[in-house]
Design a protein around this ligand. Structure first.
Ligand code: 5AD
Ligand code: SF4
Length: 474
C-alpha cells in the first residue's frame, strides 16, 4: 500500500522505502509524552497488539495513565470489520480532544493504530487534524519513533505490510495476567466476500515455531497459566518444529503443553477448511487443550455460503463437528453468524436457524451484515433492509440464547477446574472460566490466577454460579 499522505505534501527525501511518510511540519512541537493510554477495539488479536504496544511504550520509559483523560498520548487501536466499528474511531477522536484538553489549551497526542489506520490512514489524516500518528497493524513496533516525530511537530504514517520485522522488534514479555494471548498467525487468504481482513491484515503469515515456544515460556514465567493462541485463521498456522519437521497447530499445541506451569491452551479463530486430522485428534489426546472450539459457520444456507465464498457447506460443517465430538464429546462449540447477507431469503435464514439447532452452540457471536467498501459483497444485488436484518437478528439471538442456556444447564452438577480471572461485584466474590470457557462466579478464599475446583450449581445463558471445593495443585 502506498504512503497515506498525498504525495505532493511529502518532502521526497523522507519518503523511505519502508513507507514511512512524514507530513509537513505544520503542528507545534510538544514535550515528549510521559504517560499513555491504549484503547483496543474489536477482536482479541487487537487486544494482543494493544498489550504489546503498551509494553513497548513502557520499555521506552512511559507509564500507563490511570485514566484516559490524563494521558499525554492516546493510542486508538481500531477495528474495521463492520461500519459501526469504524465510525466509533471518529467519535472517539472528537471525545479525546474535548475531554483531554488541558488548561493551556493543548490536547493529548493521538495515534490511530489497527485496521482502520491500515485501510483509511489517508482519510483519517485529512478528516482529523488532531491525529498525529497513523500506524498499521504490521508496523506498530515503530510506534515510539513515530510518536517522537509527532511530538517534534510532525505527523507520521506507516502502513506498509512487511512480512516479518514487527515481532522480532518487540520487547520480551514480562508481567501478564493468568490468561494471556499469543498471536501465532496473522492475515487471511480466504477472501470471504463480505470481509475486509484479507485487505487490512494482508496474506496469511505464520510466526516461527521457536519464537512462539519462547514467547509462551516468557508468558508463563510472567504469570500466565492459560494461553490462547490467536490468529485470523489460527488453524492455518504452519511451521517447522525444532527438528525441522513440518508442524501444524496440533504440533505447536503439543510443544506448548510441555511447558511446566502452563495448564491450559486455547486457540481462535478457526476456519473449517483448515481443521486438519491432527488438530481434531489433539482434542482427544492433548489434555491441556481445553474443550472449546470457535468454528464460525456464518450461515446455514449453501447458496449463501457459496456467495460468501466460504469453502464449506452446512452438511460438511456438521460432519466436521461430528469428528471433533467423537474425540471430545463435551466440547463447547462457538461460532460467528452473519444475518442479512445480500440476497438472503427468509427460507435461507431459516436454514441458519436450523443449523444452530443441529450444531448446538455453547456460545456465539452474531452480526448484521455490514457492507464494507472494496469487498465483493458490497456490490452484490439484494441488500437487505435494516428492519429485516433487525428482526432476523432478534430471532437468531433467541435461538442462540436457548442453546447457551441448555449447554450451561447441562453443566450444573459437574465439578470442574476454574481459572480465577477477576474479582466479582460483591465482597468475596470471584469470576473465573471453566474448561468450556463459561464464566463462573463463586465466593471463597482464593487469589487471582488460582486454579480451583468448583461445583457448578446454577446456570443462566451467560454465566454459572459455583461452590468452591478446594484449591487445586499450584
Ligand atoms: N458484516 C458483518 N459481519 C462481518 N464479519 C466479518 N465481516 C463482516 C461484515 N462485513 C463477522 C464474521 C466474522 C466476524 C469476525 O465478524 O462473522 O467471523
Ligand atoms: Fe474474514 Fe473469511 Fe478470513 Fe475470517 S476467513 S478473516 S471471515 S476472509
Amino acid at each position: 500500500m502506498d504512503g497515506m499522505v498525498p504525495a505532493g505534501t511529502l518532502p521526497s527525501p523522507l519518503q523511505s522505502a519502508a513507507n514511512l511518510a512524514y507530513g509537513p511540519r505544520l503542528m507545534t512541537a510538544s514535550p515528549p509524552p510521559r504517560t499513555f493510554h491504549v484503547k483496543s477495539f474489536g477482536c482479541q488479536m487487537n487486544v494482543y497488539d494493544g498489550e504489546r504496544m503498551a509494553e513497548l511504550l513502557t520499555t521506552e520509559g512511559m507509564t500507563a495513565a490511570d485514566v484516559r483523560e490524563q494521558a499525554d498520548l492516546v493510542v486508538l487501536n481500531t477495528c474495521h470489520i463492520r461500519e459501526k466499528a469504524t465510525e466509533k474511531v471518529y467519535s472517539d477522536i472528537g471525545r479525546i480532544v474535548k475531554e483531554g484538553r488541558r488548561e493551556d489549551g493543548s490536547v493529548p497526542l493521538i495515534a490511530v493504530a489497527g485496521c482502520v489506520a491500515q485501510a483509511e490512514g489517508e482519510e483519517i489524516m485529512a478528516r482529523a487534524p488532531s491525529v498525529r500518528v497513523v500506524v498499521g497493524p504490521q508496523a506498530y513496533h515503530r510506534l515510539p519513533a513515530m510518536v517522537a516525530e509527532a511530538a517534534a511537530g510532525g505527523r507520521a504514517t506507516e502502513t506498509d505490510m512487511p512480512a516479518e520485522a514487527k515481532f522480532a522488534a518487540l520487547p520480551r514479555r514480562r508481567k501478564v495476567g493468568a490468561s494471556a494471548f499469543l498471536t501465532v498467525q496473522e492475515g487471511c487468504d480466504k477472501f470471504c466476500t463480505y470481509c475486509v481482513v484479507p485487505y487490512t491484515r494482508g496474506a496469511e503469515l505464520s510466526r516461527p515455531y521457536a519464537d512462539l515456544v519462547s514467547e509462551a515460556q516468557a508468558l508463563v514465567e510472567g504469570g500466565a497459566r492459560e494461553i490462547t493462541l490467536l490468529g485470523q485463521n489460527v488453524n492455518a498456522w504452519s511451521g517447522s518444529d525444532n527438528r525441522g519437521r513440518p508442524a501444524g497447530l496440533a504440533a505447536l499445541a503439543e510443544a506448548l503443553a510441555a511447558i511446566d506451569g502452563l495448564e491450559r491452551i486455547r486457540y481462535m479463530t478457526s476456519h473449517p477448511a483448515d481443521m486438519d486430522d491432527a488438530l481434531i485428534a489433539a482434542h482427544g489426546s492433548n489434555s491441556k487443550l481445553m474443550p472449546f472450539l470457535h468454528l464460525p459457520v456464518q450461515s446455514g444456507s449453501d447458496r449463501v455460503l457459496k456467495a460468501m465464498n466460504r469453502s464449506h457447506t452446512a452438511e460438511s460443517y456438521l460432519r466436521l463437528l461430528e469428528r471433533v465430538r467423537a474425540e471430545r464429546p463435551d466440547i463447547a462449540l462457538s461460532g460467528d453468524f452473519i444475518v442479512g447477507f445480500p440476497g438472503e431469503t427468509e427460507a435461507e435464514f431459516a436454514e441458519t436457524l436450523q443449523i444452530i439447532d443441529e450444531a448446538r452452540y455453547a456460545q456465539a457471536f452474531s452480526f448484521k451484515y455490514s457492507a464494507r467498501p472494496g469487498t465483493p459483497a458490497a456490490t452484490m444485488d439484494g441488500h437487505i433492509a435494516p428492519e429485516v436484518m433487525d428482526e432476523r437478528l432478534q430471532r437468531l439471538l433467541a435461538a442462540l440464547q436457548r442453546h447457551s442456556l441448555a449447554f450451561n444447564q447441562a453443566s450444573v452438577g459437574k465439578r470442574c477446574t476454574v481459572l480465577v480471572e477477576r474479582k466479582g461485584r460483591h465482597a468475596g466474590q470471584w469470576l473465573g472460566k471453566s474448561p468450556w470457557l463459561q464464566s463462573v462466579h463463586f465466593t471463597g478464599d482464593v487469589a487471582l490466577g488460582d486454579l480451583v475446583e468448583v461445583d457448578l450449581v446454577d446456570a443462566g445463558p451467560n454465566s454459572l454460579s459455583g461452590r468452591l471445593v478446594e484449591i487445586a495443585a499450584g
